[in-house]
Ligand binder design. Structure first.
Ligand code: RB5
Length: 155
């Protein structure tokens, strides 16, 4: 398995810890973030990681900024990306089971390293359940592709 990892200046130490943790699990990690405390605008690494995932060059992504919000917003602008911010493992698991999240995000200023590892594990180990959840993902994709939603027009 190959994962993209990205971060900004607020998450350098967290990124290093999570990258090492993933590599320790035998996962190949493509690091598109920064190792510097100098200001680094999160859309850059969010975009880079999202492109790797959307193009199939990575199987998924882990994005970390101060809150996880900005970097996931940037990633979600790339077609086909479903980046979910999670601050605990239950949401991380459900984000894969129900939403087929292909990127997990969290905040280095919000969660500690051990909780972050549990979040990543929950997301990695969960499987998408398909079925009724696929129908909803298809609707999200329709909004992305057409900026419209036929089901809403029919109301
Ligand atoms: C950087 O100060 C901070 O705004 C960023 O890491 C992130 O929290 C934005 O969503």
């Amino acid at each position: 398995m190959k994962l993209a990892i990205g971060n900004d200046h607020a998450a350098v130490e967290m990124k290093k810890e999570i990258k090492a943790y993933l590599e320790g699990r035998g996962i190949e990690v493509i690091d598109v973030g920064t190792d510097s405390p100098q200001r680094f605008n999160y859309p850059l690494s969010g975009y880079r990681a999202a492109k790797l995932v959307a193009s199939g060059r990575a199987d998924g992504g882990v994005l970390i900024c101060g809150t996880g919000v900005g970097i996931s917003l940037a990633a979600n602008k790339v077609r086909g990306i479903r980046a979910c911010v999670c601050s605990e493992p239950c949401t991380a698991r459900l984000s894969k089971q129900h939403n087929n999240a292909n990127i997990i995000a969290f905040g280095a200023r919000i969660v500690g390293v051990e909780l972050a590892k549990m979040i990543v594990d929950a997301w990695l180990e969960a499987r998408f359940e398909g079925g009724r959840h696929q129908e909803r993902i298809d609707m999200i994709q329709e909004i992305e592709d057409t900026q419209g939603l036929r089901a809403a027009d029919e109301l």
